[in-house]
Design a protein around this ligand. Structure first.
Ligand code: GLC
Ligand code: CA
Length: 527
C-alpha cells in the first residue's frame, strides 16, 4: 500500500496576535513564536500554519493585507520572520504561510490607486459596477457592494468593506499573485493555506460568488508550476464529494488537499451563532463517509475540529465543565487517529474552552459586530449577547493562557489587545500539566503514537460501530492494527470488538469490550 506524503505531517495553527507577546506591547509577535518552538517540538507537531502576519490595518486581523511582501509592524520585521523560519527548520518544523488571494486591504496601494480614477492603471485590479448589480451579501453580512465616491462606482467585497475583492479576470492580477507565491517560496516556506480560494473565480452569469468556471485554470496557474509544485497547499474551499477531486486529485496539479467542513456544524444551526442540539452520531457518520470517500478516491483528507474562525469544538460538542478533560481527549483521539493530515489549533492541546463575557465591548471581531448590528432590535439583548458568546470568532482569539502569572503568561503589558480568557485562571497550560488528568500529556502521547505507528498514519480505515451512542474504528497497515473506541454522552456497554492490547485512553486501562463512561475513549493495538 502507498505511503502517501503529508500523512506524517502534524500541523499546529498559530494565530500570531494571540500566541505569545515577546516585546510586551500586548500583541503577540513573531519573536514570541520563536521562543515557543521547543514547546511545539515537545508537543510533537512537525509543521506550523501561521495565520497572516503581513502588513495590514487589521480590519479583519491580518486577513486584509496591505503589503504581501512584508511583516505587520506589530508582529516584527522580515528579519524576525527569517530567524523564526530558520529556527523552525532547525527543529524539523515546516512552515505553512496563509495566502489571501481573494482580496487585499482597502489600504493596499493597488486599491488606493484603483479607487482614485477610472483611468488609473490599477483600476481593473478590482471589480467595479456603475450601480449595485445584484443582491450579493458579504459573508460578514450586509451588501457585498460598496460605493466609491471618486469614481462614482461600487466595488465588490465578499468579506468586510475593508477587503475589496481582486479581479482575477485581469491577467496582471494573476501575475502579481504568482509573484507573491514565488517570493515566499524563494524565502523557503514549505506550503500555503489558501484563504477562501474558491472565491477568486466568480460566476456572475449564475449569480454565484465563488467556484466560478475559471477556478481550476486560476489555481493551476498558481500552484501547478514546476517551481512551486513541491509546496504543500491546503485550500479553504469546502467542496462536496462531486467536486473535491477536481481540486486535489493527484493528477490535477492544483491543491494537495482542501479543508472540508461537513463536520463543523456540530451543536449549532446553519447560523454559527445559534446553538442546536448536538448529534454526535451524525458527526460520526459524516467522518465515516469522508474516510471511505477519500480512501476510495485516493484523496488527502484534513483532520481538524478548531481553527481561528470557529468557536471551540469541545464547548458545543461535549461538556467543557466537569468532563472537559474527557471531552477534549476523546475528540483529540477521534480526529487525530483518522486517516488524513492533522491540524491542531493553538490551545487545543490543553483543552481550552470558550470563554464568556457580559459586555459587547469585550469583543473585537468584525464578523461579530456585523452580526450584532444585523440582529440588534430583532432579538432581546440577552439573547443576542448569548449568541455572540456562543458563536463569536473571538472565542478562539483570546491570548493563549500559558500559566497563572500576569496576563496568564501571554504578555507583560498592562493591557492586552483583547480581553483575556475569562477562564484563564482555571484552564492554562501550566495548571493543566500539573493535573493528574492532563490534556497536554494526553496530546503528547497521542501524537507520539500517531508519529510512531504506520497504522495510524497510513492504515486503511474500517468502521466497527454497530448501533448508536459510540464510534469504533480500526486502522490497519501490513501487520499492525489500531482499534479505537469512543463513547459519547451516555454510559454504555460496548461489545463485539476484537480484543487487543491497550495503549492509550482517558479512563482506567481495560479491555476493548466493556462499560464506558461519558466521553471515555481507549486505543488498542494488535501486531
Ligand atoms: C477566511 C478566514 C477568515 C477571514 C476570511 C476573509 O474565511 O479564515 O478568518 O475572515 O477568510 O479573509
Ligand atoms: Ca508584541
Amino acid at each position: 500500500m502507498e505511503r502517501k506524503p503529508y500523512l506524517d505531517w502534524i500541523v499546529y495553527q498559530i494565530y500570531p496576535r494571540s500566541f505569545c507577546d515577546a516585546n510586551g506591547d500586548g500583541v503577540g509577535d513573531l519573536n514570541g513564536i520563536t521562543q515557543k518552538l521547543d514547546y511545539l517540538k515537545e508537543l510533537g507537531v512537525n509543521a506550523v500554519w501561521l495565520s497572516p502576519c503581513y502588513k495590514s490595518p487589521n480590519c479583519d486581523n491580518g486577513y486584509d493585507i496591505s503589503d504581501y511582501r512584508d511583516i505587520m509592524d506589530e508582529f516584527g520585521t522580515l528579519d524576525d520572520w527569517k530567524r523564526m523560519i530558520g529556527e523552525m527548520h532547525a527543529r524539523g518544523i515546516k512552515l505553512i504561510m496563509d495566502f489571501v488571494a481573494n482580496h487585499t486591504s482597502s489600504e493596499h496601494k493597488w486599491f488606493k490607486e484603483a479607487r482614485s480614477s477610472r483611468d488609473n492603471p490599477y483600476h481593473d485590479y478590482y471589480i467595479w459596477r456603475d450601480s449595485v448589480p445584484n443582491d450579493w451579501q458579504s459573508c460578514f453580512l450586509g451588501s457585498a457592494w460598496e460605493y466609491n465616491r471618486p469614481t462614482g462606482e461600487y466595488y465588490l467585497h465578499s468579506f468586510a468593506i475593508g477587503q475589496p475583492d481582486l479581479n482575477w479576470e485581469n491577467p496582471k492580477v494573476r501575475e502579481e499573485m504568482r509573484a507573491v507565491v514565488d517570493y515566499w517560496a524563494d524565502l523557503g516556506v514549505d506550503g500555503f493555506r489558501c484563504d477562501v480560494l474558491d472565491y477568486i473565480a466568480k460566476d456572475f452569469e449564475n449569480g454565484l460568488m465563488n467556484n466560478g468556471p475559471k477556478i481550476h485554470e486560476y489555481i493551476k496557474e498558481l500552484f501547478g508550476r514546476d517551481k512551486v509544485k513541491r509546496l504543500f497547499t491546503v485550500g479553504e474551499c469546502s467542496m462536496g464529494e462531486d467536486k473535491i477531486a477536481d481540486f486535489c486529485g493527484a493528477n490535477r496539479d492544483e491543491l494537495k488537499c482542501i479543508f472540508q467542513f461537513d463536520h463543523i456544524g456540530l451543536g449549532r444551526t446553519g447560523d454559527k451563532f445559534e446553538r442546536a442540539e448536538r448529534d454526535i452520531d451524525g458527526l460520526r457518520n459524516t467522518l465515516v463517509k469522508w474516510q471511505y470517500f477519500t480512501e476510495r478516491n485516493n484523496l488527502l483528507y484534513t483532520l481538524f475540529t478548531d481553527n481561528h474562525d470557529q468557536a471551540h469544538f469541545i464547548s458545543r460538542g461535549g461538556d467543557d465543565g466537569e468532563k472537559r478533560y474527557e471531552t477534549a481527549t476523546m475528540y483529540a483521539a477521534m480526529f487525530y487517529l483518522l486517516k488524513g493530515t492533522p491540524f491542531l489549533y493553538q490551545g487545543i492541546e490543553f483543552g481550552t474552552p470558550d470563554p464568556h463575557y457580559d459586555a459587547l465591548s469585550d469583543f473585537n471581531d468584525v464578523e461579530t459586530y456585523n452580526y450584532y448590528d444585523a440582529y440588534q432590535g430583532k432579538l432581546k439583548k440577552e439573547e443576542l449577547l448569548a449568541r455572540i458568546n456562543f458563536g463569536s470568532r473571538d472565542n478562539v482569539r483570546r491570548p493563549l493562557c500559558w500559566d497563572n502569572s500576569k496576563n496568564y503568561g501571554f504578555s507583560s503589558a498592562d493591557k492586552t489587545w483583547i480581553a483575556l480568557h475569562s477562564r484563564g485562571a482555571e484552564v492554562n497550560l501550566a495548571q493543566d500539566r500539573n493535573n493528574t488528568k492532563s490534556v497536554f500529556e494526553f496530546y503528547k502521547r497521542l501524537l507520539a503514537l500517531r508519529s510512531g505507528s504506520d497504522a495510524a498514519k497510513y492504515g486503511v480505515f474500517e468502521d466497527r460501530t454497530q448501533g448508536n451512542g459510540y464510534f469504533a474504528y480500526t486502522r490497519t497497515y501490513q501487520g499492525e492494527q489500531l482499534l479505537v473506541v469512543y463513547n459519547f454522552e451516555q454510559e454504555k456497554e460496548i461489545t463485539g470488538l476484537p480484543d487487543c492490547e491497550y495503549v492509550l485512553g482517558n479512563a482506567l486501562p481495560r479491555r476493548a469490550n466493556g462499560r464506558y463512561g461519558a466521553f471515555e475513549t481507549a486505543v488498542f493495538r494488535k501486531r
